[in-house]
Write a protein that binds this ligand. Structure first.
Ligand SMILES: NC(=O)c1ccc[n+]([C@@H]2O[C@H](COP(=O)([O-])OP(=O)(O)OC[C@H]3O[C@@H](n4cnc5c(N)ncnc54)[C@H](OP(=O)(O)O)[C@@H]3O)[C@@H](O)[C@H]2O)c1
Length: 347
């Protein structure tokens, strides 16, 4: 089912609540007329859509920080990069490329409100997918999670789980720039090689190594910061190896998303014994500071201090399969679907 009909708005909608990982039957393909532009609206044509672990939570009906969970038949939530093709809003011109909440669809007509504030992408000469990777919510989560919650200092030891994923691959690079010693965890040898290329001093394959023993060998003075993308047993093992005054950043818990019951952490008292602090964060709570963060991330990109790591799945028709793949560890870096080639893209 390739998108050959540019005259229609193609959508993926939710057909039923997923059980375990998402499967094809959880999604419904739908075509409708391209929306007609109304007063004050902009008409967007999608270039890229983000594939994020949080999407399955929305499909389960969970509301997350004011964003309502999906009802059966709704278009799947998702941020995207899109080109303005028509505009009735004087702040946006045809040809501009924006990022924001688009949903799994190939066109969207919308007003620009405080809630749906589409951001113009300063792409730093890179493909516009950067608006969903380093300069999107993924890069911003790495930035605020590490700098505002983790408060890293030179020579500290930081352990990052989900290190070869979107957030993790950016956390590693920022932490190295600051002068930390970085240990990453990932699910196979190729990912361990990738995170070492990105600067990790040590890489742990959590599927084949004894995590507790390896952390004990590698962190003899303890972990100063644990950046948690996965929760579960890796979080628990990290708590057993904390240095005094350490910080645990709760970014995500992907290992628990497919289960009905949370893992049930039983060693949290290690926080008291080490005078440590465990802090969760939700990226949209930092939205007032996004402009400043984007500016700093852009300058690091231009100076080549950091680079985007993107895993691009091709084709709107493949999106359900691509989403399921990230729960199986299929992605190396930020998982994105390319819907159409945009300016600056490699063909
Ligand atoms: N707090 C916030 O505001 C915020 C914002 C953005 C993202 N997040 C969260 O941050 C986390 C990372 O996000 P992301 O976009 O960077 O995700 P991502 O990299 O796309 O996540 C997928 C990766 O997680 C790893 N993974 C999957 N199941 C696992 C398991 N059972 N145990 C250990 N690792 C597992 C896989 O890599 P391996 O092959 O290495 O297993 C997979 O490639 C997610 O939990 C996400 O929900 C939170």
């Amino acid at each position: 089912m390739a998108i050959t009909n540019e005259q229609k708005n193609c959508q993926w909608r939710i057909a039923r609540r997923p059980k375990g990982n998402v499967v094809a039957e959880d999604f419904l393909y739908h075509e409708e007329e391209i929306p007609i532009l109304q007063d004050n609206e902009i008409l967007l044509r999608t270039l890229y859509l983000n594939l994020a672990p949080v999407m399955r939570m929305y499909m389960s009906g969970e509301s997350i920080a004011g964003e309502k969970g999906l009802d059966i038949g709704d278009v799947i939530h998702g941020r995207g990069v899109a080109e303005v093709i028509k505009s009735n809003n004087s702040n946006y011109k045809p040809g501009e490329i924006l990022q924001g909440q688009i949903g799994w669809q190939t066109f969207k007509s919308t007003e620009v409100t405080e809630r749906e504030r589409f951001r113009k992408i300063n792409n730093c000469g890179l493909p516009f997918s950067i608006g969903l990777s380093t300069l999107g919510m993924t890069g911003l989560s790495a930035y605020f999670g590490l700098l505002a919650c983790g408060k890293p200092k030179k020579n500290e030891t930081i352990v990052v789980s989900g290190a070869a994923g979107g957030v993790g691959s950016t956390v590693i690079q920022i932490a190295k720039m600051i002068g930390c010693r970085v240990i990453g965890l990932a699910g196979n040898q190729a990912k361990c090689d990738l995170i070492k290329e990105l600067g990790c001093d040590e890489a742990i394959n959590y599927r084949t190594e004894d995590i507790r023993q390896t952390l004990s060998n590698l962190c003899q003075n303890g972990i100063d910061i644990y950046f948690d993308n996965v929760g579960g047993d890796i979080l628990s093992a990290s708590l057993d190896h904390l240095a005094q005054n350490s910080r645990i950043v709760l970014c995500g818990s992907i290992s628990e998303y497919l289960h009905d019951k949370p893992y049930g952490l039983d060693n949290y008292t290690k926080l008291r014994r080490t005078n440590s602090c465990m802090q969760g964060f939700f990226i949209y709570n930092y939205s007032a500071q996004f402009d400043a963060a984007e500016k700093e991330l852009s300058s690091w990109l231009k100076e080549r201090k950091i680079k985007p790591v993107e895993h691009i799945y091709d084709g709107f028709e493949n999106m359900p399969k691509a989403l399921s793949s990230i729960y199986d560890g299929g992605n190396y870096g930020v998982a994105l679907s390319r819907i159409r080639h945009g300016p600056n893209d490699d063909e």
